[in-house]
Design a protein around this ligand. Structure first.
Ligand code: FE
Length: 199
């Protein structure tokens, strides 16, 4: 028994995942074609552009911004963004005093309808454990130096609630329209490991 466990521990995660998938298919619990289609949709059709549209609208429409902060789920649904992992979205707003960053300490919960599938680093055990304990240090290693004067808040997404960061609108963008703002807004800024730079 012990030796079996030891052997399994050394089987690469990809092989273990494939074995599990085979078993689920064999038992008729999942359909491979449906799974492939599902993954393709979230890889190719749903991505951070959705989230960027939400942010640009919030930056240019104060009433929408209020609705978004009040109830993220219904406000993003106004733009047509809903679906799996988007059932309960809470939007946290960056400001001059607060920088927000999102993690899922347990696994990889992430607002799929707004950002697509999570990047590898988001699922990395090192990010998940360290960003909670030493957020300033981790953000710095990822290229974001948050001023000491700013408080950093870490939000732990789960199957109950998925957090989404509303970044600060950068300087020098006053004259830009909602459509012109969209390309400036990056995935990393909406997770809180980056900020939106001036154009
Ligand atoms: Fe998770």
């Amino acid at each position: 028994m012990t030796s079996e466990l030891t052997v399994n521990d050394h089987v690469p995660i990809q092989l273990r995942t494939e074995a599990l998938e085979d078993l689920l298919v064999e038992r008729g619990l999942i359909d491979r074609a449906v799974m492939d289609n599902f993954i393709k949709t979230y890889e190719q059709d749903v991505g951070p552009l959705n989230g960027a549209k939400v942010v640009a609208k919030a930056w240019t429409d104060p009433e929408y911004r209020e609705r978004l902060l009040d109830n993220g789920t219904t406000a993003v649904a106004e733009l047509g963004f809903k679906g799996p992992q988007g059932e309960h979205i809470v939007v946290v707003q960056n400001s001059a005093d607060v920088h927000n960053v999102v993690v899922c300490t347990l696994c990889s919960c992430y607002p799929w309808p707004l950002l697509g599938l999570p990047p590898a680093w988001y699922k990395d055990p090192a990010y998940r454990s360290r960003v909670v304990k030493e957020p300033r240090q981790v953000l710095s290693e990822m290229g974001l130096d948050v001023p000491e004067s700013k408080e950093i808040k870490v939000w732990d997404s789960s199957s109950e609630v998925r957090f989404f960061v509303l970044p600060e609108r950068p300087a020098g963008t006053d004259g830009l329209s909602e459509e012109e703002l969209v390309p400036l807004i990056t995935r990393d800024a909406m997770v809180g490991v980056a900020v939106v730079g001036s154009p």
